[in-house]
Ligand binder design. Sequence first.
Ligand SMILES: [Zn+2]
Ligand SMILES: [Zn+2]
Length: 234
Amino acid sequence: MTQSTYPRSTIEFLIREGNVQVLLLKAGELHGHFCPFLALGVRAGLIAMRALGVQENPGMEDVVAILECNNCFSDGVQVVTGCTFGNNALIYRDVGKTAFTLARRDGTAVRVALRAEFVESFRSRLPEEANALFRKIVQEHEEATPEERARLTELWTEASFRQLELPEEEVFTVQHLRIEVPPRSRIFASVRCAICGESVMETRARIRDGQPVCIPCARDAHYRLDGYGISVEG
Ligand SMILES: [Zn+2]
Ligand SMILES: [Zn+2]
C-alpha cells in the first residue's frame, strides 16, 4: 500500500526498522513537545508491536491498546500502535499506572509497564536544573521568563531522547498474557435534541416530555476524563 491510501506506512516502516528516534519525532508532532514520558510511551509501543508481531494496524480494532494512564506516555503509545482515542481501539482504564497492554482480538496480548525502581529514581537521574525548572513552570504553574521556558524545552528534549538509550530491562517489564478483549464498538444512530437542535448519539440522549434531549440541555450527570482521571460531572 502507498502512503496516499495507507497513512501509517511510514510509522510501520520505522517500527520494522526499530527506528525509535524518528518515531519519537513523529510522536512529538501529536504531543506538541518532547518529554521523557512521551519517549517512554514510544518505546513501550515499539516493544509491544514487535513482541505481538503486529506489522500493520489500520485502526479498525483488530488490535487494541488498553491504557492505564493518561499522561504523556499515552501519546507515544497512540502514535506507535495506531490505537487511538478516535478510532476506538484505545481502551482507557483509570488506574494510574504508566503501563499498557496491546492485544489482538483473539486475546493474545503483551503488557508493558514501567518498573517501579525506574519511576522512583527517575527525577534523581535528570539534571537538577531541569528538575528545578520543571517544578517551577509545569508543576507549580509559576511565572517564568521566556529564557527559562526555552531552557526547560531544551533540557526536556535532551532528557526525552536520552530515554531511548537506556537498557530495556532497566526501564520496562514485559509480559505475554491472554486477556478478554472488550467487544468491538458499534455505530449508534443520532437523534436531534429537542432543545438545542444539535445532533446527539442516541444512547447519550435523555427523554424529557417524550422528546430526546442532549445531556447538557438536560443538565444530566456524565463522565468526564481530564488530567485528574475520570470523574462524574453535573
Ligand atoms: Zn509531555
Ligand atoms: Zn441540547
